[in-house]
Design a binder for this molecule. Structure first.
Ligand code: GLU
Length: 517
């Protein structure tokens, strides 16, 4: 078996947007395949047509492409093992259900859903909370094991609806060798006779999944832990179909837990706790409800890749930041933990901040453009880049680079605390002098502004602490921010001087009004 080319698959059901747990599974499949020189396949498991949600399939492809990886085969790229949508493989599955009936591993069940409901209800009143169709109860149900052969044939011939169920043997051990969890051993007495083929002519997830993994020559099944309880049935099915030799190896990845307590991370948690649970924003086609996405919330794909990789895996070293190629090199299923992993919001922000700082000012300036446009500012990339250079130190998201409103608009409000503490009787005169000094600068640059400013301090026999906060409040309206010399350079001479002039008038007016009341 060791000479088989590694082939793994991500097999979502298109029932809605995949949350980060699903996308993490897709990423682990990708990393493992690439590390092993193999292929990763996208297979759409849409056997339950009632739960189909339009757009869910494209959402997966768009998400992984945004994150910077892709599948080698699948619905959107084709491949030699297609079709890759189970609804298009409908004709394939029946023969395997028939084979299981022929070799005594499955049977026809004619019980109607009303009859099944009645049995469940009876059991509930008798104190059995979850009744199961299993290797004991099947003996009192309507199936090809209990009905006479002639009746079974009659029912089949007359088109009576039926399902096909697995015939779980009594008291046998099923062993699953999981790469992450080790041996999981289950007795068949604990497993029910799951439906393999439905009355609507479609296989269930269990049958379709096993048949497709076999036909697509899948070597490793990497999926979420919620599927671990199904793994013994799957191993049993491989046995019954005679496919044990090429059975894939299993790796069940830990669940993503709520950051604030116990329990699985759910779709609603993100919006409740203030971080996205989905890679991309999603609008529910039924009710128009919007779920926030990492992309729209300003996360960089490189940051999200690191966030996802570390949700359950660690490299065993102190390295915290990985590019995709480094991740492929470092990844192994053996280093995926068993315990559920908690989402760490501070760490997520930390990753984003790192990738923001790693970008050039020009890149940041370009990324700011759509946000600037949305706010109605028509500014060049060059101007935005200069703003980015001043703001990037404290920013986590691109939107933080726009926090300094004063780069885009002249102030209309002046920080009350600064005005109260720093604006003295002499200040208007000092600020007029500042205006004159700056007006005399020929080559407008941060350096020249600073030199002039310092010379003025000497001349006026005053200090930075008295002059700078007032200069700042006039030009920016606020009490804190990046270097005033840099800000003035970016705003330009004309704008800086205009703001000083208008600011003096506005503050003098405020002060006068305040003393009059
Ligand atoms: N269709 C299953 C899901 O929606 C896939 C489980 C598996 O990978 O076997 O998650």
């Amino acid at each position: 078996m060791s000479e088989r080319k590694v082939r793994v698959r991500y097999a979502p059901s298109p029932t809605g947007p995949q949350h980060i747990g699903g996308i993490r599974t897709a990423l682990y499949n990708y990393l493992f395949a690439k590390k092993m020189g193999g292929d990763v396949i996208l297979r759409i498991e849409d056997t339950d047509q009632t739960r189909f949600v339009p757009g869910a399939e494209d959402y997966i492809v768009d998400s992984v492409r945004w994150l910077g990886f892709d599948f080698d085969e699948g619905v959107h790229v084709g491949g030699a093992y297609g079709p890759y949508r189970q609804s298009e493989r409908k004709g394939i599955y029946r023969q395997y259900a028939d084979r299981l009936i022929e070799n005594g591993h499955a049977y026809y069940a004619f019980d109607t859903s009303e009859e099944l409901d009645a049995v469940r209800e009876q059991a509930r009143t008798a104190g059995i909370a979850s009744w199961q169709y299993n290797n004991i109860t099947r003996n009192s149900m309507k199936n090809s094991l209990t009905l006479p052969e002639s009746e079974v044939q009659k029912r089949l011939a007359s088109g009576d609806p039926y399902t096909i169920r697995i015939k779980m043997p009594r008291n046998e051990e099923v062993k699953v060798n999981d790469i992450i969890r080790g041996w999981v051993v289950v007795n068949t007495n604990q497993l029910d006779d799951k439906v393999l083929f439905k009355s609507d002519g479609m296989p269930t997830y269990h049958l379709a999944n096993i048949v497709d993994d076999h036909l697509m020559e899948i070597t490793h099944v990497i999926r979420g832990e919620e599927w671990l309880p199904s793994a013994p049935l799957h191993v049993h099915l491989y046995r019954c179909l005679g496919w044990e030799e090429t059975m894939p190896r299993f790796a069940h990845c830990p669940l993503l837990m709520k950051p604030d307590g116990k329990g699985k991370l759910s779709k609603r948690d993100g919006d409740r706790l203030g971080f996205p649970v989905f890679p991309l924003e999603w609008t529910d086609p039924k009710n128009g409800e919007i779920s926030s996405g990492y992309r729209e919330s300003g996360y960089f794909p490189e940051a999200v890749i690191n966030i996802l990789a570390f949700l359950g895996w660690n490299p065993g070293t102190h390295q915290e930041l990985f590019g995709m190629d480094e991740l492929i090199q470092a990844f192994s299923l053996e280093r995926v933990g068993k315990a559920g992993s908690k989402f760490d919001m501070d760490k997520a922000r930390w990753y984003n901040q790192h990738y923001l700082r790693a970008k050039s000012d020009a890149e940041l300036g370009a990324l700011m453009q759509p946000l600037l446009k949305a706010k109605g500012h028509d500014l060049t990339v060059d101007y935005a880049s200069k703003v980015a250079a001043q703001m990037k130190e404290r920013a986590v998201f691109i939107s933080d680079l726009l926090d300094g409103d004063f780069f885009f608009l002249a102030p209309t409000v002046y920080d009350a605390k600064t005005v109260h503490k720093k604006w003295k009787d002499k200040t208007p005169m000092h600020m007029e002098k500042l205006y004159e000094a700056l007006d005399g600068i020929e080559k407008w640059s941060a350096e020249n502004i600073e030199t002039r400013f310092k010379a003025l301090l000497e001349q006026l026999q005053t200090g930075m602490g008295a002059m700078l906060p007032n200069f700042r409040v006039l030009v920016t309206g606020s009490g804190m921010g990046p270097s005033m010399f840099a800000i003035s350079e970016i705003l330009g001479k004309e704008e800086t001087l205009l703001r000083i002039r208008n600011g003096i008038a506005a503050i003098v007016k405020l002060k006068t009004e305040a003393t009059q009341t």
